[in-house]
Design a protein around this ligand. Structure first.
Ligand code: ZN
Length: 200
């Protein structure tokens, strides 16, 4: 296993539509998937799409640890999940905005409108078709990662650029924390807690 190099915004592969994985190739992507997991473990991050590690295929690896779930999100820890050729269907047209970061856009965060209830269908490594619903920040994470398979990065989804900032200057999140603490991913609450100017 190895920790993979993640390419940053500006690299052309991040703007491409990735190719479907054919059934005959499922056995050839096992090493890639275990390297993607190891990379996420190493960084302490939640999700990664294959184009971010220079593989132009429709593969996403993610997990949601307990310490990344907002208080009122209404879902529990999600174990390591490998999604091959994922397809998302919104379960309602309602969107909510969620704070996001991206390993390909280091140092920044933004608030991104996402469907808050989705159905996702994908194949696992054993070629089994999996279908499940997801909500809240879990649904947002899946939409973020699947966007990478279509060449879309989160700033391209943003509507309000006053909610785009540097992680070491989280004034925009700090404002929201005053009224909305229970629906924010704790990772972003930590950014505010570490910010020396939080009370100014
Ligand atoms: Zn990303």
């Amino acid at each position: 296993m190895s920790v993979l190099n993640i390419v940053k915004m500006g690299h052309p592969i991040l703007r491409k539509k990735a190719d479907e994985v054919s059934f005959k190739d499922f056995s050839n992507i096992k090493k890639l998937v275990s390297d993607m997991k190891e990379t996420l473990e190493f960084i302490g991050a939640s999700g990664l799409a294959a184009p971010q590690v220079l593989v132009n295929k429709r593969i996403v690896v993610y997990r949601v640890n307990n310490n990344r779930i907002p208080k009122n999100a209404g879902f529990s820890e999600v174990p390591w999940t490998v999604m091959i050729n994922p397809v998302i269907k919104p379960l309602s047209i309602a969107k909510e905005s969620y704070w996001e970061r991206c390993l390909s856009i280091p140092g920044l965060h933004g608030k991104v409108p996402r469907y808050s209830n989705i159905l996702v269908e994908y194949y696992d490594l054993n070629k089994k078709l999996i279908k499940h619903e997801a909500k809240s920040t879990w649904a947002a994470l899946i939409q973020h990662e699947c966007d990478h398979l279509d060449g879309v990065l989160y700033p391209m989804r943003m509507k309000d650029f006053t909610k785009f900032g540097f992680n070491d200057t989280p004034g925009d999140i700090s404002e929201e924390l005053k009224s909305n603490k229970n629906s924010i991913d704790p990772l972003f609450i930590d950014l505010v807690n570490q910010w020396p100017q939080k009370n100014n």
